[in-house]
Design a protein around this ligand. Structure first.
Ligand SMILES: [Zn+2]
Length: 204
């Protein structure tokens, strides 16, 4: 089964804008996207070069208005999507097993094991795929709940991600990651039931 088919089986295809693409980037098999890579880089670069703001994060509104005036465009939520590698559930399991951040990989395995009772190898693979799908949906919900526009959210998020990149804390401690993990953990077993039901029909 492909991940795309699994999304349909779970009936979450309309919960968030899923998009399935060829797997290209190392490690990037699932991603909540709300701003293009180019815009992200640009925004952070311009932001980092603003020495005039003593506490930049208290002045996000001013900065964002300046930035939008500079760019002469407005930013909506049109770019939001959950980008997934168009792979099978089996292939996704291999990608997860090969995540280079060892701490992150360990935490994913721990969450999946603690969130449901896995009966066999097949179910295990589905559980990891479902965790990944729910985790990305969690990112989408977290973004909506933040009531921030994409630029505000981007700068706010980048602050946490920068700390992680500089060696402070773990990936799973980034607030949006923690929230998405919790959301996936809470909803894993009941979604796995849908797969269990599907698999039992196949056996009959
Ligand atoms: Zn995430």
């Amino acid at each position: 089964m492909t991940v795309k088919e699994l999304v349909n089986l779970l009936n979450v295809q309309d919960v968030a804008p899923f998009k399935f693409c060829d797997y290209k980037h190392d490690g990037e098999f699932a991603k909540f996207v709300y701003i293009s890579d180019g815009e992200y880089k640009d925004l952070i670069e311009v932001f980092d070069q603003r020495p005039d703001y003593i506490n930049k994060y208290d002045m996000l509104d001013e900065y964002i208005i300046d930035y939008m005036n500079l760019k002469g465009q407005s930013y909506g939520n049109d770019n939001i999507e959950i980008r997934f590698a168009d792979v099978t559930v089996d292939e996704l399991f291999i990608l997860i097993k090969n995540i280079s951040d060892v701490d992150r990989r360990k935490i994913i395995f721990k969450i999946v094991r603690n969130s449901c009772c896995l009966l066999n190898e097949d179910e295990t693979k589905y559980a990891f795929a479902i965790f990944t799908i729910l985790h990305e949906i969690g990112h989408n919900i977290y973004f909506s709940k933040s009531n921030k526009n994409v630029l505000e959210y981007c700068l706010w998020e980048s602050n946490f991600r920068k700390k992680f990149k500089n060696g402070v804390g773990m990936y799973s401690e980034i607030p949006s990651e923690e929230w998405a993990d919790e959301y996936a953990s809470k909803n894993l077993d009941k979604n796995l039931d849908k797969v269990r039901e599907y698999l039992s029909i196949l056996v009959k």
